[in-house]
Design a protein around this ligand. Structure first.
Ligand code: BES
Ligand code: MN
Ligand code: ZN
Length: 510
């Protein structure tokens, strides 16, 4: 079943012209910077003042603008007949704070929100920034435009159709930066959309179909296991979690190879938790906790979106994406507390809580990667534990890693992408808490919950360099805030792409 037609992100163009000189735009937006001396009008405003014959500083003052990010003040233009742009309808002053990349990403999102429903805007928000700032600005503009709907009458509002980043010193030289920013932003957009699709549509087979479409358009290899193939190959974790659902589980493998040097290229395996709905199973969740559980496949959506973008960012390493997909349902065939499952490769787990299902499917996929794929590095992405939310809140994701260089690179990429990760410890002393009397491990070992979950996964990584992103804290935004729209965030797609687009993503990794 197909989604209703969704809104598209704005088209973004570059221009050397001052924003007030860009023809045929209905909005012009200029930045207001903030420092200890108060607000100052940024580039593009002098030309705008000349055009309008109006004191913009007085406007800024009358609106008590400080230049803080989040502020935006508008001024309607009643008569533009004498201007060089006779289509001008509105002037916007947008706070950009100190103009850091984080500021620009957020200001871009504010601009996108304030221009919804407009046709086009020219802005000098990016006039002074370096390449990192320009990328952040574009990513903010695109993701701040995001909307998802399933209304019979179409989306309620439309993002501005076209944004011209004006006042650039050498617009042509920034084309590659823009292109890359758009690819990364669209990957974030796609991860968010996948997470928002309702679970009556988004079952494991539907996710596998999406993966097939991505594989075709991004020229990726693909292999899909249905429930029979999963049983034949011994994927006991994926099968156990999915066995009560009317929609049987799947495993999808996507393979990306760089065009140049593929034979010698190092190999990264990305694993994304793909629970298409997490009811908790027989250890059922309370109503409120179940409300957001259509998003429990965010990790798989992130990995799928990243794989689909690797060719466009010219990723130099081989990347395999694994999507273990299952619905954790309640029924006569449900896993019971106390059941013992045998994972891919033979490791066993006593299931003391059927709601700790993510680690069961991830364990299978990680074991498969180690046994069959000869990876240099393993990274999994999962909405794994409520505990990581308690530890880090809803704006920072948890990062566990066995390799310091890998942890450092991922953290740096997460910061430049605006999806901050914070490193958490793999405390070996807590191993005893996941010990089972009957099996190799207990799936719900107890507190501290995010760490014991990570320790559970570590046993499936074969001692390879491994990072685990617990994004349960950030998979969901509590409100419309800058580039995040209330609801699913698709968190992780941008961070992983900021990592994998580098010339040497595995530099320093042992
Ligand atoms: N999908 C949940 C984790 C989650 C919680 C994601 C909140 C997003 C928001 C996961 O499968 C789960 O239920 N984890 C349990 C583990 C426990 C039973 C050991 C949890 O965190 O409570
Ligand atoms: Mn669960
Ligand atoms: Zn879950």
């Amino acid at each position: 079943m197909g989604l209703p037609v969704q809104v598209s992100p704005p088209q973004v163009d570059l221009s050397d012209l001052a924003p007030s000189a860009v023809p045929n735009v209905d909005v012009v937006a200029v930045p207001v910077l903030a420092d200890e001396h108060g607000p100052t009008l940024g580039p593009g405003s002098a030309e705008l003042v000349d055009e309008l014959g109006e004191d913009l500083f007085a406007l800024l003052d009358a609106a008590s603008m400080t230049g803080k990010v989040g502020e935006a003040v508008d001024r309607v233009v009643l008569d533009s007949s004498g201007l060089s742009n006779t289509g001008l309808r509105e002037v916007l002053l947008v706070g950009v704070g100190a103009g850091t990349s984080d500021d620009l990403r957020r200001a871009g999102a504010v601009l996108a929100r304030r221009t919804r429903g407009r046709v086009s805007v020219a802005t000098s928000l990016g006039a002074l920034c370096d390449d990192g700032g320009l990328r952040a600005l574009v990513e903010g503009i695109v993701l701040g435009s995001f909307e998802f709907h399933w209304r019979s009458g179409g989306a309620q509002t439309k993002p501005v159709e076209r944004v011209v980043l004006a006042g650039l010193v050498d617009a042509d030289a920034r084309k590659d930066v823009l292109a890359r920013a758009l690819v990364v932003a669209r990957a974030g957009w796609s991860a968010r959309t996948l997470a928002l699709v309702p679970s009556n549509v988004k079952n494991p087979a539907w996710m596998a179909e999406q993966a097939a479409e991505v594989a075709a358009s991004a020229q990726l290899g693909i292999k899909t296991w249905d429930e029979k193939a999963l049983a034949a190959d011994g994927f006991g974790g994926i099968l156990g979690v999915g066995q009560a659902s009317a929609s049987p589980p799947r495993l999808v493998r996507l393979d990306y190879s760089p065009r140049r040097g593929a034979r010698k290229a190092r190999h990264v395996v990305l694993v994304g938790k793909g629970i298409t709905f997490d009811s908790g199973g027989l250890s059922i969740k309370p109503r409120d906790a179940m409300m957001t559980m259509k998003r429990d496949m965010t990790g798989a959506g992130v990995v799928l979106s990243v794989l689909g973008a690797l060719r466009e960012v010219d990723c130099p390493v081989r990347v395999t994406g694994l999507l273990p997909l299952a619905e954790n349902a309640v029924g006569g065939r449900s896993m019971r507390p106390g059941d013992v499952i045998t994972h891919y490769g033979g490791r066993t787990t006593e299931v003391t809580n059927t709601d700790a299902e993510g680690r069961l499917v991830l364990g299978d996929a990680l074991a498969y990667a180690v046994a069959e794929l000869e990876p240099d590095v393993l990274v999994d992405v999962a909405t794994l534990t409520g505990a990581i939310k308690t530890a880090l809140g809803q704006r920072t994701g948890g990062l566990f890693a066995t390799d310091d260089a890998l942890a450092g690179t991922l953290r740096a990429a997460s910061l430049s992408a605006g999806e901050p990760l914070w490193r958490m410890p793999l405390v070996a002393d807590y191993e005893e808490r996941i010990a089972s009397k009957v099996a190799d491990a207990d799936n719900a070992g107890g507190v501290p919950g995010a760490i014991t979950a990570a320790l559970f996964l570590q046993h499936f990584t074969g001692g390879l360099p491994w990072a685990h992103l617990d994004i349960a804290s950030v998979g969901d935004s509590p409100s419309d805030e800058f580039e995040y729209t209330k609801g699913a965030t698709g968190f992780g797609a941008r961070a992983l792409l900021h990592w994998l687009e580098q010339r040497e993503p595995l530099a320093g990794v042992v």
